[in-house]
Design a protein around this ligand. Structure first.
Ligand code: CA
Length: 218
């Protein structure tokens, strides 16, 4: 049975997560302050941490920073405010494996928890590889034919999403909601802008535009 640490000070939210996770067959423990979350996360007793940003004592960013100073492996999913792009970005840069914008549906959180636990359990295969592109989800390094490429947190997340769905067309809306995690103006061209950045860094041939539909990794 996988053990999940939930760091959340709002009872309504933690109860909702705990209830869902126990009925999905996980064991859970709750920490309601930053220091308690950090101490329990370092215990080695857990397979994953669900971490709220707004915690009393020390906030989630600081918990993450201190945790990552010594503990690199424990998967962390950060709960961010839906409207805060800044928080999302800071979470990924601070070493979170994933994030979930509030409010979220439980099944979305569950899917991400399962994915992250499976990644961690696969051990060495924290690396996604598609046609000369390699993405190491643990060290957050990207290489193209062995050459290391610097990606921002958002570029990394977009590359990961495309690499998890090779040969599938992902619409702009899907990429927006999965990578940016909150509602952008649907007329926003941010996805196209970032695809442009990625083509420049990874090589234009890797990302195909499917007219009127979206993008596909080849
Ligand atoms: Ca909170």
């Amino acid at each position: 049975m996988s053990r999940i640490l939930i760091a959340e000070d709002e009872t309504r939210i933690s109860a909702f997560i705990e209830k869902g996770l126990s009925s999905a067959g996980f064991s859970t423990e709750l920490a309601v302050t930053g220091p308690a979350a950090l101490e329990r996360a370092r215990s080695g007793d857990f397979d994953l941490l669900v971490l709220d940003i707004g915690l009393p004592g020390i906030d989630g960013f600081e918990v993450l920073r201190r945790l990552r100073a010594t503990e690199l492996v424990l998967p962390v999913i950060v709960l961010t405010a839906r409207t805060s792009a800044q928080d999302t970005l800071a979470s990924l840069e601070g070493g979170a494996n994933d994030y979930m914008p509030k409010p979220f549906r439980f099944d979305e959180l569950l899917a991400r928890i399962r994915l992250r636990i499976a990644d961690a359990a696969a051990g060495g295969s924290s690396i996604l590889s598609v046609d000369g592109l390699d993405l190491d989800l643990r060290t957050r390094r990207a290489t193209v034919h062995g050459r290391q490429v610097e990606l921002s947190a958002r570029e990394f997340a977009l590359t990961e999403e495309l690499m998890r769905n090779p040969d599938r067309v992902l619409s702009r809306e899907q990429l927006l909601s999965r990578v940016w995690g909150y509602d952008f103006d649907p007329g926003s061209n941010i996805v196209d802008v970032y695809v442009g950045y990625l083509r420049a860094k990874l090589g234009a041939e890797h990302i195909e535009t499917v007219r009127g539909m979206g993008y596909r990794l080849r």
